[in-house]
Design a protein around this ligand. Structure first.
Ligand code: SF4
Length: 297
């Protein structure tokens, strides 16, 4: 999570973006140092860059983000053992042609969130931006641009009270809109809204496991035969897989007994010389970590 800044304010977001937290954010040079450290010392071969909004770093976004992408190019390789795979999560607002060109050859996959095709629901959630009249169409257009540049396009949806009944009726049309626009969806990941221990947010968004299961069944049936990899991520999977490198350099993880507010923090990852050292100093469940994050070739 390279920054806590964002230009949207989705009502289900957990973003911790007080000015005190923003001040702790690593500078561009420190972000580069972190990536180099993760690659050389900790032997990372896959990174997901997210935020906040990943493209909003530095004074004139997306300039520093483009510089970061150019820096990452050195970790790309034809050899799978040496290559650093890069996935980006973005809300798409600043993703213009220049950014897509900078991503080309550096970024394997870009994920964008569509919770609904209805402007009313998107506006209600907070997925709206003053410069963009129709957020849904903006993402549909970007899907083509990314596909044309050989970047794998992935969809995300947060499943909450706002859309768990309506989204199954829309998924077919979303796929068709994107396909008609010559975009290609490789994978669609549906996240069960996760509680951040905020009763106000939970009242508006939380859905039961039964409702998520019903959503899963319906959506799976409707999208059957579309050649899209589907992933339905329950709260249990979210907690077990959580390993977020925060914008100030330490990582957040959860033990099985933790909720969001008791989640654990490591020190700045640049202070560990190997994953072994990290595991030795924290009660991270190594077996689960490997299950979710290790690359098996
Ligand atoms: S776009 Fe993402 S980071 Fe920004 S407010 Fe929405 S959920 Fe949060």
């Amino acid at each position: 999570m390279i920054t806590n800044r964002c230009n949207l304010s989705c009502s289900y977001c957990v973003l911790e973006n007080s000015s005190a937290q923003k001040k702790l954010e690593l500078s561009l040079e420190e972000k580069k140092e972190m990536i180099s450290h993760l690659y050389h010392k900790m032997k990372f071969r896959r990174l997901t860059l997210s935020g906040g909004e990943v493209s909003i770093i530095g004074k004139k976004p997306p300039r520093d983000f483009i510089e970061l992408l150019n820096y990452i190019r050195q970790f790309r390789s034809d050899s799978p053992q040496e290559n650093l795979e890069i996935e980006i999560y973005t809300n798409g607002i600043y993703i213009n042609n220049e950014v897509v060109q900078a991503m080309s050859g550096v970024v394997d996959m870009v994920a964008m969130t569509i919770d609904s095709k209805s402007s009313n629901i998107l506006n209600e959630i907070g997925r709206k931006y003053k410069g963009i009249e129709d957020y849904y169409s903006h993402i549909v257009h970007l899907s083509k641009n990314l596909t044309d540049n050989n970047i794998i396009f992935k969809l995300h949806s947060v499943i909450s009270q706002k859309n768990h009944l309506t989204l199954p009726q829309e998924v077919k049309q979303i796929v068709e809109n994107i396909t008609n626009y010559n975009g290609k969806i490789s994978c669609w990941k549906f996240f069960q809204y996760m509680s951040y221990d905020s009763p106000e947010k939970d009242n508006i968004h939380a859905i039961s496991s039964d409702n998520f299961e019903m959503f899963t069944k319906k959506t799976r049936d409707i999208l059957n035969g579309y050649n899209i990899k589907l992933h339905f991520k329950t709260n249990q999977e979210m907690n077990a897989s959580l390993f977020n490198i925060l914008s100030y350099g330490n990582a957040q993880y959860m033990r099985s007994s933790d909720t969001w507010s008791t989640s654990q923090r490591t020190k700045d990852l640049r202070t560990y010389n190997s994953m072994e050292e990290l595991f030795a100093n924290h009660d991270i469940n190594e077996k689960l970590f490997r299950e979710f994050h290790e690359i098996i070739r």
